[in-house]
Design a protein around this ligand. Sequence first.
Ligand code: SF4
Length: 290
Amino acid sequence: MKIGLLDIDGHNYPNLALMKISNHHKMMGDLVEFVNHFTDYDIVYQSKVFTYTPNNGFHIHADLIIKGGTGFNGDVLSDLIEHTCPDYSIYPNLQSAYGFLTRGCPNKCSWCIVPEKEGKIRPNADIEEFLDGKKSAILMDNNVLASEFGLQQIEKIIKLKIKVDFNQGLDARLIDRPIAKLLSRVKWLKPVRLSCDTINMIRPVKKAMRYLREYGCTPQGYYVNVLVKDIDSAMRRVLLLQKWDMDPFAQPYIEYSTKKNISHEQERFSRWVNHKAIFNSVKWQDYNRL
Ligand code: SF4
C-alpha cells in the first residue's frame, strides 16, 4: 500500500503520531512518505496538534483519509500504533527520542485540556519502548512526578544515563527533598522546567527551587512558565522569578473551552517578558508607554 502523511502544523515540531504511524506501516511492508499532492495514495493520515493551526486546503488523492489529533477531533492512536517505536527517520534532523512515559494528570486546571483529553494519570510506556538507541529524550508527560511509574522511569533514565527534557514542565508542588534529590541525579538536556501559573504557585515554586539548588540539580537556573491572565498577578510572579534568578516564560491565558481571543495587553506583556534583553533592561511601565 502507498501511505501519505500530512503534518498540518508544519514541520517545526516533530509529529509523534505520524512517526508511529509511519513505522507501523513500514513494518507491514508499505511505502510511506509525506504527502505529495500529485500522487494517489491508499491511505492519507492527517495529524493536527494545535487547534489554532488552519486546515490544509490542498486537494488530496486518496482512497481513505484519516484525521486525528487535538487540533482536529481529539482522536488518538489505537493501542497497537501507540506502542510502536516512532520512525525517527521521517524527521532526519532529530537528535533525541520522543515519547510519553505517562499520560493524563490528577489535577483539573481550568485552562488545561489534559484532564478532559487524557483523564487521570496512568503509565503509558517504558523509556526503552521509544528510545531506539538514542542517548537523549524529549518527554512530553504532563505530570510525571504524580505517577509512581513515572518516578520508577526516572530512576531507569538515571541508570541508562539518558539526557532528558520534560518539556511540559514538572509540578513544583510535588518537589520535596527526596524528589529533588532524585532529580539532581538526572542528566538534563535543558534547564528544569516548572510552572507558576497562579499566585498560589509562588510558594511551591520557591520551595522547589530551594530544594533543587540544595541538592545541586544542574543547571541551577530554571525555566518557569507563567500564565498571563491578570497583568498585576503575572507581574508579581515574573518579578519574583527574575529576583530568584529563574527564567520566566510568559504565555497568554486562553480558556480552551471558549477560545476567547487573547487581549492586546496580554500579548504585549508576554512579548516583554519573553524578550530577555528587553525584560532585563526596560521596566514594563516604560515598555508599555512605547
Ligand atoms: S497540572 Fe498541568 S497538566 Fe495537570 S491539569 Fe494542571 S495544567 Fe494541566
